[in-house]
Write a protein that binds this ligand. Structure first.
Ligand code: SAM
Length: 279
């Protein structure tokens, strides 16, 4: 009998986000393969889980995967966990899972937290289609190419980023993608959880006005199709005035400007009426 490899999601910060099933699987497994055994101790102690653990992280995974697959082949049940969220999602585990799948070992996911999906659900941005891009490259040239490649996607873009580099990511995104609507989710599920929503430029100035940016961050940016053209009130008024001077009918003008700015037509219509009253 071969063993089973369980891929167990753990909380992003709030220990209450552990599922009953995840606790049971970690208790019942013969071995826990953890990204950082010391880090996971807190979670395991909290739930009274005494299963022995072994380290499986990005630096030893290639070698560790062979060892773990051999144990699985001999019947050991192994639960893989990472420091936070779902293993393999910008976390170690891919080599182990692909090797186990090649050997025909049963692989069972135990679902739970993930920062991208958790943040997306409260971002206020379109959720019908999204693209997870993980961590952006650190070097500026590669970052620009990476953003250029992402620029045409219609779906909401999702980036993981360290607090030290998030300002640079947002500045580069403004340059390459334009000033799109976005949301920065910080410290999800933790005491200082925060969502900063608005155009990228507004998120940037909020962060630049702080002494430091702390905590874990996920950045969501609207896709190409959803991209509103960020018009100031003055620009909008000037477009309306141009239209009125050309005697374009109110409904037609509202439709044209709303289409251009990706802004609700009814709001543009009200603005035109208000402007007409002032003339
Ligand atoms: N496996 C994890 C998951 O399922 O989301 C992701 C691990 S990856 C090494 C760590 C990155 O995930 C962080 O740099 C941050 O971008 C994001 N992240 C993790 N926890 C977060 C949190 N509590 N709030 C916001 N972002 C978080």
């Amino acid at each position: 009998m071969v063993g089973t490899l369980y891929i167990v999601a753990t909380p992003l910060g709030n220990l209450e986000d552990m599922t009953f099933r995840a606790v049971r699987m970690l208790k019942e497994a013969d071995l826990i393969a953890a990204e950082d055994t010391r880090h996971s101790k807190k979670l395991l102690n909290h739930y009274g889980i005494t299963t022995p653990s072994i380290a499986c992280h990005e630096h030893n995974e290639a070698a560790k995967a062979c060892d773990l697959v051999q144990r699985l082949e001999k019947g050991t049940t192994i639960a893989l966990i990472s420091d936070a969220g779902t293993p393999l999602i910008s976390d170690p585990g891919y080599r182990l899972v692909s090797m186990a799948s090649e050997k025909g070992i049963p692989i069972v996911p135990i679902p739970g937290c993930n920062a991208a999906i958790t943040g997306l659900s409260a971002s206020g941005l379109p959720t019908d289609a999204f693209i997870f891009l993980g961590f952006a490259p650190k070097k500026q040239g590669r970052l620009d190419n990476f953003l250029n490649d992402a620029a045409h996607h219609k779906a909401t873009l999702i980036f993981y980023e360290s607090p030290r580099r998030v300002i640079r990511l947002i500045s580069s995104a403004i340059t390459v993608l334009g000033d799109r609507q976005a949301c920065l989710a910080r410290e999800l599920t933790k005491q200082y959880e925060e969502f900063i929503r608005g155009p990228l430029s507004a998120i940037l100035s909020t962060l630049e006005n702080r002494e430091t940016v702390k905590g874990e961050c996920v950045l969501f940016i609207t896709g190409d199709a959803e991209q509103p053209v960020a018009l100031s009130a003055e620009q909008m008024e000037s477009m309306i005035m141009d239209g009125l001077n050309q005697n374009i009918r109110t409904g037609e003008l509202a439709k044209e400007i709303a289409g251009y700015a990706n802004f609700p037509k009814s709001k543009v219509y009200d603005m035109i009426l208000a402007l007409k009253k002032r003339l």
